[in-house]
Design a protein around this ligand. Structure first.
Ligand code: S3P
Length: 426
């Protein structure tokens, strides 16, 4: 259903955002294949991570929901069952790609993975190719390029692989496959991408070396007891952006995950003049966490290049929005990966900016946007949660807008409007 969003000028208060989506996927996977019962505290509860949890339950893991999280009883990698039904991944590329790697090593068992219209258009060769080199057997539509996927578990071999795309999902799929290989696997990343899988594998007692190349050793003896999922930086980013560009804002976001492979936007926004402070820094289960204070700021435009893109990949539509409220030009290049996300995020970022009367130009690998005066806009989301959330922020900081639908925000940030109600207008 569509929504009319009215502007807000004042933001006050201190709050937490939903648990990190990427970390929750991994917590559900590692707990399920562990040989222990793990309490996953403060998980993300969006639709994507629930696809992963249901998939892991359908291969034998047991989950029990409590107010603060989930108890997950693992089964051990070698006891993963053949599911009775198709693994439905919905909109979640992380579920499909990570589980393709994991299940490729479950010898003799068959797994069929499907998704929604958006996921069926997203490239899967990037996972099938390295996993096939390990001896994995995965088939997909149109020459093994697209879902639905059929995965026939096989005996995998360790490989040495130089990645062709800078993708944490692909890297994680290879790491998960490597757990059941017959020897070590070495991964050479194309560019540094989020490293939650590496950190969590180490926490669970796996052997992985991460100095330069990533070396993973097989194991079926992972254990843990309790894991705290920090607030999702990518969700916090919407409120960071809103506070910076709103007229009168002074907020604190607590317990946010600030792994440097995720929170790079903060560096860029500070350089642009953003009044952002990170404090109360600590490490929780191997992941850096802190509180973040943000105040209304006068920003100037930024430039993002290819080497920076993986470190703020999910925040790029939001960078377009922030650019519209900054002085001068904001330019993003080397971001063609955005064309194969839940939607073509380059195209939609530019067309939505234009609907607000903002000057923006589309490039094959990015866009540029000129800070300007926003008018009332009409937002098309293509049911992409990050587009919807980014342009809700635009509407709140600008002159309002009609958003085509907001149901998609349940993919990653179901609590968004509850938090907004608490902090808006003081
Ligand atoms: C994710 C990695 C990123 C990101 C996605 C979640 C993950 O995708 O865009 O939202 O949890 O590993 P790529 O690694 O494919 O760029």
């Amino acid at each position: 259903m569509g929504l009319t969003v009215s502007p807000v000028s004042k933001l006050r208060g201190s709050f937490s955002v939903s648990g990190d989506k990427s970390i929750t996927h991994r917590a559900f996977i590692f707990s399920s294949i562990s040989r222990s019962e793990v309490f996953v505290r403060n998980p993300n509860r969006g639709e994507d991570v629930m696809r992963t949890l249901v998939a892991m339950q359908s291969v034998g893991a047991k989950a029990r929901e409590e107010k603060d999280g989930f108890y997950i009883k693992g089964i051990g990698l070698s006891n993963v069952k053949e599911p009775e039904n198709i693994l439905y991944c919905g909109n979640s590329g992380t579920t499909m790609r990570l589980l393709s790697g994991l299940f490729a090593g479950i010898n003799g068992k068959l797994f069929i993975a499907d998704g929604d219209e958006s996921l069926k258009k997203r490239p899967m060769k990037r996972v099938i190719e390295p996993i096939s080199l390990m001896g994995g057997k995965i088939w997909g539509r149109r020459g093994n390029a697209f879902a639905p996927l059929a995965i026939k578990g096989a005996k995998l071999h360790g490989i040495s692989y130089k990645m062709k795309v800078a993708s944490a999902q692909v890297k994680s799929a290879i790491i998960l496959a490597a757990l059941s290989a017959d020897g070590k696997t070495v991964i050479d990343e194309k560019a540094r991408s989020r490293n939650h899988t590496e950190i969590m594998l180490k926490e669970f007692g796996g052997k992985i070396e991460t100095n330069g190349k990533i070396t993973v050793y097989p194991t079926d003896n992972l254990r843990y007891d309790e894991l705290f999922v920090p607030g999702d930086f990518s969700s916090a980013a919407y409120f960071i952006a809103l506070a910076l560009i709103a007229k009168d804002a002074d907020i604190v976001i607590k317990n946010v995950g600030v792994n440097p492979t995720r929170s790079y936007l903060v560096n860029k926004l500070k350089d642009a003049g953003g009044r952002i402070e990170l404090f109360n820094r600590r490490i929780e289960n191997g992941e850096p966490v802190c509180d973040i204070s943000v105040k209304s700021s006068h920003l100037h435009g930024i430039s993002v290049d290819a080497s920076e893109v993986p470190l703020l990949i999910d925040e790029i539509p939001l960078i377009g929005v922030i650019g519209a409220f900054s002085e001068g030009k904001t330019v993003v290049r080397g971001a063609s990966e955005l064309r194969v996300k839940e939607s073509d995020r380059i195209k939609l970022t530019v067309s939505n900016l234009k609907s607000f009367g903002i000057e923006a130009e589309e490039f094959e690998d990015g866009f540029s946007v000129k800070g300007g005066r926003a008018k009332y806009g009409f937002v098309k989301t293509a049911f992409d949660h990050r587009i919807a959330l980014s342009f809700i922020i635009f509407a709140l900081a600008g002159e309002g807008a009609e958003i085509e639908e907001v149901k998609s925000i349940n993919i990653s940030f179901p609590e968004f409007f509850d938090i907004l109600e608490r902090v808006k207008n003081g």
